[in-house]
Design a protein around this ligand. Structure first.
Ligand code: DQA
Length: 150
């Protein structure tokens, strides 16, 4: 059994009511519950957290290392396009991670096309909506089972 960590960044606490035409109607609580159920089915544990504050996300990533987290699934929200500091935290702990976005950011405004995470991620999932998180849990479990990249 491995421990996964699901991290959601700013404004993702508002899922369900936030721009439902872009992000869907599923709440973050529903996404976290679904990920926990899928992880349990696959024999793993998952811890979930969300913050609107960059420093809290960085501290959570740093703590993950001490806790022995094996794999991170992260939607950095708008910090995707701005945060060198959160990128550096992921590089520092050297825990493999999947970058998840509900929307296909490449089909949106140009400022959303750049990610500070994609080039250092094990894999990226864009545009699958809430289902993307579930796919990420499956992929994380497969990564642990195979002991290889993705
Ligand atoms: C998002 C895409 C980001 O551009 C945006 O700032 C978000 C959500 C997504 O999941 O599609 O907050 O990460």
């Amino acid at each position: 059994m491995s421990t996964f960590l699901l991290i959601n960044g700013p404004n993702l606490n508002l899922l369900g009511s936030r721009e439902p035409d872009v992000y869907g109607a599923t709440t973050l609580a529903d996404i976290e519950a679904r990920c926990s159920a899928v992880a349990a089915d696959l024999g793993h544990d998952i811890a979930c957290c969300q913050s609107n504050a960059e420093h809290e996300l960085i501290e959570r990533v740093q703590k993950a290392h001490a806790e022995g987290v094996s794999f991170i699934i992260i939607n950095p929200g708008a910090f995707t396009h701005t945060s060198v500091a959160l990128r550096d935290a992921l590089l520092a702990v050297d825990i493999p991670f999947i970058e998840v976005h509900l929307s296909n950011t490449f089909a949106r405004e140009e400022f959303r096309h750049n990610s500070y995470f994609s080039d250092i991620a094990t894999a990226c999932l864009f545009g699958f909506g809430a289902y993307g998180y579930e796919l990420a849990v499956h992929a994380a479990a497969r990564h642990m089972a195979r002991g290889e990249e993705s």
